[in-house]
Design a protein around this ligand. Structure first.
Ligand SMILES: [Zn+2]
Length: 226
């Protein structure tokens, strides 16, 4: 099976959907759309503005995985599931997930744009510059104006294409190209949605307008029953 997930699986860990959160922070002196602060243009032209914005709005270093992530991770550890997520918050990594495809990257993979060296979060939180060479650090996430990593996109397509059950959890499936992954499923494969808001998606087999934490709290990750 494959879990297709988004912001709704991380909100129980205290991470707001950045689309709603950053709305609060765009009323400052340089009033620009959120998309600008999270764009390749901003990173290149105003790296300090980009750095301040992501530090203030995207990083929640104290966040811990919740029951949705830990149960989904347990399914992947049993080789029964893959996860394709839009989330960049590292919580699936913290939960020990395998077969994990982070479609939009990971905020906690941070590298120097000059030399490619990887640094940890505390180094980045201290400064946007890589001390040895003065290069500007950045998180390995897909910004507006950048493309999805082709290897991650291909692995995500393969996961959907080979799945015999697709579970959409905590995402409205409105952001492309992520939403287009559904097109790669086998035609007979059931698509189940667990989301607080109803989705108008073609081809959905079953839809549960429920709090996903309650669902995954009750799920047992037992042996596969044939
Ligand atoms: Zn460097």
């Amino acid at each position: 099976m494959v879990f297709l997930t988004g912001a709704g699986v991380s909100t129980p860990s205290g991470i707001p959907d950045y689309r709603s959160k950053t709305g609060l922070y765009t009323t400052g002196q340089t009033k620009r759309p959120t998309e600008y602060y999270l764009s390749h243009d901003c990173l290149v032209n105003e790296p300090a503005v980009f750095y301040q914005f992501v530090m203030k709005n995207l990083y929640y270093p104290a966040a811990q995985p919740n029951v949705i992530q830990t149960k989904q991770a347990a399914f992947t550890q049993a080789d029964r599931a893959a996860i394709v997520t839009q989330n960049i918050d590292n919580l699936y990594e913290q939960a020990g997930a395998r077969h994990l495809h982070e479609f939009h990257g990971n905020l906690y993979r941070i590298y120097c744009q000059k030399c490619g060296a990887v640094v940890d979060y505390s180094t980045y939180a201290h400064s946007m510059y890589h001390e040895p060479d003065g290069g500007i650090l950045r998180p390995d996430v897909v910004l507006y104006g950048e493309g999805i990593d082709p290897a991650v996109a291909q692995a995500s397509v393969n996961a959907v294409h080979t799945a015999d059950l697709i579970l959409i959890v905590g995402t409205s499936m409105r952001v492309y190209p992520f939403a287009g992954l559904l097109d790669y499923r086998q035609p007979h494969v059931p698509v189940v949605v667990i989301n607080q808001e109803r989705l108008e998606l073609p081809g959905v087999t079953a839809q549960y307008e429920l709090d996903a934490t309650e669902v995954f709290d009750r799920l047992q990750v037992g042996a596969s029953h044939d």
